[in-house]
Design a protein. Structure first.
Length: 316
């Protein structure tokens, strides 16, 4: 619970300045401070940190967690990432955690669509031909009429589905548990679904149930020429098994996340035929910052009035 947290600490730490200029004055009763996590010498004093009750963590700054031991009255953390599996074990049990659900839906879905279209329409080949001075047209695959299975159907999956349907693809939804009323299959249905799949998109969080979920058997079940897309977490896909399938050219892949990450310069995936890689950038588009700013200001106002904060992450 986050209700009433402002009675124990009135300080709020946010990653960006001037949010009040763009979104209205901060509510009375809170003291808002700024720390971006990267500017040398910018960390607030111990006196300021001692009164922080809500911390909005800087985005994509992994070592920002170094501040945690200096926040004795912290009661709530707002992450701007949707996935918080690495942060959860670092927080004391009394500190509530809230994620960035919804902030990256459009951006990640857009990137996934871009990866799919690039792979289906051979854009990497056309770029190589452009630089080599070649003019060698040929027919390509299409997204229209392709059978796409989204594994990890949540808010990002739903945003991707909208875009896929606009491209006239056929979409199958898969989540951890079946939701028959929503047309969502369970992951246990994958052995039946994958042989009829042209493109599989993984949008999975990383947890004990999903690590290695898509492995040798799942890849083998896909038909020849199928495309494997991962915009979730790298460890949910068995890298060794994927290397084996792409090395022969039987399967193709378009990956924004990998295991390991960053992918070493000499890793075989970098040179496998039909593999397209981007460096974990699906969530980092221009749409992120305005949406994140709106969430931050909403959370600060809720904190000030004692309302429950949005996007609470359930702790075991």
């Amino acid at each position: 619970m986050t209700r009433g947290l402002h009675h124990t600490a009135t300080g709020v730490l946010v990653p960006w300045p001037d949010l009040d200029r763009r979104h209205g004055a901060w509510p009375q009763g809170v003291d808002v401070h700024v720390w971006d996590g990267v500017t040398p010498g910018s960390e607030p004093s111990d006196a300021v940190l001692a009164d922080i009750g809500l911390w909005v963590m800087p985005y994509a700054v992994p070592d920002a967690v170094r501040l945690l031991p200096r926040l004795p009255r912290l009661r709530a953390v707002q992450s701007l990432s949707a996935g918080v599996e690495k942060l959860l074990p670092l927080l004391p049990s009394h500190v509530a955690l809230h994620n960035g659900r919804g902030l990256h839906d459009a951006s990640t879905a857009e990137h996934a669509l871009g990866l799919i279209l690039a792979a289906q329409r051979d854009l990497p080949q056309w770029v190589a031909d452009q630089h080599a001075g070649r003019w060698q047209p040929h027919f390509t695959r299409s997204l229209a009429d392709a059978r796409v299975t989204i594994v990890g159907y949540g808010s990002i999956g739903a945003a991707l589905e909208q875009r896929l349907l606009a491209c006239e693809a056929h979409v199958t939804r898969v989540a951890r548990r079946a939701r028959p009323g929503e047309g969502v299959h369970a992951v246990t249905d994958l052995p039946r679904l994958l042989p009829e799949t042209d493109i599989v998109v993984l949008v999975l969080p990383e947890n004990p149930a999903t690590t290695g979920l898509f492995g040798v058997a799942e890849l083998a079940a896909l038909p020849d020429g199928a495309l494997v897309v991962n915009v979730g977490r790298g460890r949910t896909l068995d890298t060794e098994a994927l290397v084996a399938e792409t090395a022969t050219g039987r399967l193709r892949a378009a990956l924004d996340v990998t295991d390991p990450e960053p992918l070493p310069a000499d890793h075989p995936l970098r040179h496998a035929p039909g593999v397209l890689l981007t460096p974990h950038v699906a969530g980092g588009s221009a749409s992120f910052r305005p949406r994140a700013e709106r969430l931050i200001t909403t959370q600060v106002h809720r904190f000030a009035t004692g309302e429950p904060l949005l996007n609470a992450v359930q702790r075991d």
